[in-house]
Write a protein that binds this ligand. Structure first.
Ligand code: CP
Ligand code: NVA
Length: 307
């Protein structure tokens, strides 16, 4: 693995390799701390958008492994504005051992990866959020002991998180149902690729506009915000289309079993998810947030040496 840009570029074996490494790192950390396998290494972190989990988990993760992380704010770098994406990639490569970037345009993180001589990690783009989805598979496996054969229902916007979950779930043989309002479906190329992975694994990828149908028999119900970062001006319009897709107690009851409830956070409580559900007995959102730390340590070790 040279870069970590999209889950679709990994093999199923590589996915499990990362999950197993993360499990070992979590256990080691619980027993008292990780070995300083990235001693002297520096991760440069470019942020075009705000972050709590991604920034803190990468920064703390580097520190646990003996390395350091450098936070580069939107004001500092002005990616593609103050200087070209290619020049940022080439210059940063002379200073740091790895780059993590949270960008608006997915093509920018691809360009960074193409031009940098150090590994590049996608910390969220308008297209995907691979660290999140892989970490979510880790959390689901931890909770349920397995992935293959489970059914995940994603209810809400067909966005970056939905895209990465489509790739991740289909690659490990989970059924994934995605319920969105008409016009907010995930991109066709993502669905087609996920269907290809699912076919190989003997699982299903189903798109629907009916949230009730999606959650029936689901082992996991997952949602995310209705307007992502960068879509603020669409918020009012989206607030009209999305209310039938709210993950509330009534919808969760349709699962007909006790599903795990997941949300990548930050949540807009009262919009895509109710307090009752996110604070309820099925919710694992804080474990989900914690596991970003453990999973990303595995990615850092695989890309920056030491594993
Ligand atoms: N889930 C997630 O990536 O959170 P942040 O936007 O806070 O990093
Ligand atoms: N879809 C959300 C995820 C935030 C972690 C966004 O892009 O804003």
């Amino acid at each position: 693995m040279e870069n970590f840009i999209s889950l679709a570029e990994l093999s199923t074996e590589e996915v499990y390799e990362i999950l197993d490494l993360a499990a070992g790192l979590k256990e080691e950390w619980r027993r008292g701390g990780n070995r300083p396998l990235l001693l002297g290494k520096v991760l440069g972190m470019i942020f075009q958008k705000p972050s709590l989990r991604t920034r803190v988990s990468f920064e703390v993760g580097m520190s646990h492994l003996g390395g350091e992380a450098l936070y580069l704010s939107p004001q500092e770098i002005k990616l593609g504005e103050r200087e070209s994406v290619a020049d940022v990639a080439r210059v940063l490569s002379r200073y740091v051992d790895g780059i993590m970037a949270r960008v608006f345009a997915h093509s920018d993180v691809e360009e960074l990866a193409a031009q940098a001589s150090v590994p590049v990690i996608n910390g969220l783009s308008d297209f995907s959020h691979p660290c999140q989805a892989l970490s979510d598979l880790f959390t689901i496996r931890e909770e349920r002991g397995t992935l293959r054969g489970l059914r995940l229902a994603y209810v809400g916007d067909g966005n970056n998180v939905a895209h990465s979950l489509l790739f991740g779930a289909s690659m490990v043989g989970m059924d994934i149902w995605v319920a969105t309002p008409p016009g907010y479906e995930p991109q066709e190329e993502v669905v087609a690729k996920a269907k290809g992975f699912a076919q190989r694994m003997g699982s299903q990828v189903v798109l629907t506009h009916d949230p009730q149908e999606a959650v029936r028999g689901a082992d996991i119900i997952y949602t995310d915000v209705w307007a992502s970062m960068g879509q603020e001006e669409e918020r009012e319009e989206r607030l009209k289309a999305f209310p039938p897709y709210q993950v509330n107690a009534q919808l969760v009851a349709q699962a007909g079993r006790s599903p795990l409830v997941m949300h990548c956070l930050p949540a807009h409580r009262g919009e895509e998810i109710t307090d009752e559900v996110i604070d309820g007995p099925y919710s694992i959102v804080y474990t989900q947030a914690e596991n970003r730390l453990h999973l990303q340590k595995a990615i850092l070790l695989l890309l920056m040496g030491g594993a």
